[in-house]
Design a protein around this ligand. Structure first.
Ligand SMILES: Nc1ncnc2c1ncn2[C@@H]1O[C@H](COP(=O)(O)OP(=O)(O)OP(=O)(O)O)[C@@H](O)[C@H]1O
Ligand SMILES: [Mg+2]
Length: 378
């Protein structure tokens, strides 16, 4: 047996024979040596032949299954290779799908911003006109009231010449209509209304410069003005819980995509406000550093832990609860600033606050290929 059966399968022959000795017929696969010394895979069956309780002999038959085994092994290897290839393809497909999803989300976000801009510009245009005549009518009314007041004063002087009874009647009427109070209050009311109309006018101007539909693409812009109008737009998010410190330095105008930079400032300012739980400060600074214009937006909010600092620019990365953040704000900002040939740096300490430094080249953003054409995303 030692010379015929491959050493790795000798144990199997033994158990085959032992089973046969107990009267059981068994089959197993094993390598048997041929006369030329080569091994072949055989299906070996051991069947006992008994007479009563006595074992007469064990009938052994062997069937060559080498070709079958080889085919089986080849199939197995092929299968494994196929699985690896399928996994690779799936991975590639998944990546393509993720990229597509990201591109679509960014496109949607850009479109959303563009339509908000257009809507804002439309509303601003519609409001501008009525606010204009409200403002001018109020000024005219003020002048009319002054004239009426002068006339009334003259009438009051003439009142002394009236008969006693008529004079008493007029005095009574003056009292019951609270004419003194009205004369005192009218200028205040008018001044307040003018102030209100002026405020509406400022909001409209901010909306217009924020959306910049008039110069929506590549233009020379004053970054301080961009920041001012963006701050006004997000003021509602900031005013209740933050004290804003503006330290806007003297910076030159630069060629850029002002509407897109406004979007960057808005994202960072809103994030800063959201990082402040109850009450805090936000500093907005601009200055020139060598050949860069720097916008530094700092907050003393919750801060960003080291382990997620690198991730905040990844699309869809958010630590905000579902429905509150899409996680696109910083990735879009990163794109926009890089499109300008600039960069964003972040410094943060948990419990102390966060600083975003936006560096923009003074030489301006690379010009678009075609006039008015957006150079597109990453
Ligand atoms: N000033 C900051 N202070 C603390 N964490 C911040 C600050 N700015 C960004 N982050 C962190 O970076 C993450 C990503 O910010 P990003 O603006 O991209 O998304 P988001 O604010 O969560 O959602 P949205 O798409 O609505 O802006 C935030 O969820 C937050 O964890
Ligand atoms: Mg955000």
């Amino acid at each position: 047996m030692e010379t015929v059966v491959h050493e790795e399968e000798r144990g199997r022959v033994l158990s085959l024979l032992q089973a046969a000795a107990k009267g059981q017929t068994r089959s197993d696969e094993m390598r048997l040596r041929r006369a030329d010394g080569s091994y072949r895979w055989m299906q070996v069956t051991g069947a006992p032949r008994k007479e009563g309780e006595d074992l007469l002999l064990i009938n052994c038959s062997a069937f060559d299954i080498t070709d079958h085994r080889i085919a089986e092994e080849q199939l197995l290897a092929l299968n494994e290779e196929l699985e690896v290839r399928v996994a690779e393809r799936t991975q590639k497909l998944q990546k393509a799908f993720d990229d597509l999803k990201m591109a679509q989300a960014k496109l949607l976000q850009n479109e959303k911003m563009a339509s908000i801009g257009q809507l804002a510009a439309g509303v601003a245009h519609e409001i501008n006109n009525p606010v204009g005549f409200i403002r001018s009518n109020l000024t005219t009314m003020g002048k009319y009231v002054d004239k009426l007041r002068a006339y009334l004063e003259e009438l009051e002087k003439a009142r002394d010449a009236l008969p006693e009874e008529r004079r008493a009647e007029l005095n009574q009427l003056r009292k019951s209509h609270k004419i003194s109070y009205l004369l005192e209050d009218i200028p205040d009311l008018l001044a307040e209304s003018v102030e209100g109309a002026d405020r509406v006018r400022t909001i409209v101007q901010n909306l217009k410069s924020f959306s910049r539909v008039d110069q929506s693409q590549y233009a020379e812009a004053d970054i301080n003005e961009c920041l001012e109008s963006t701050i006004n737009i997000v003021w509602n998010e900031l005013k209740y819980k933050t004290t804003l410190h503006k330290e806007l330095g003297e910076v030159p105008r630069i060629r850029c995509y002002p509407q897109q930079l406004n979007q960057v400032f808005m994202n960072i300012l809103v994030n800063a406000a959201q990082a402040i739980e109850t009450q805090g400060d936000i500093w907005v600074r601009t200055f020139v550093d060598n050949d860069q214009l720097v916008v530094h937006i700092q907050d003393n909010g919750c801060g960003i832990p080291d382990e997620i600092r690198e991730k905040i620019f990844e699309p869809f990365f958010t630590t905000k609860e579902v429905g509150k953040g899409t996680g696109l704000g910083m990735s879009i900002s990163w794109d926009i600033v890089h499109k300008h040939g600039g960069r964003i740096d972040v410094e943060s300490q948990v419990g102390v606050g966060t600083s975003f430094f936006i560096y923009l080249p003074l030489s301006g953003a690379p010009a678009p290929d075609d006039e008015g054409k957006d150079p597109g995303g990453r």
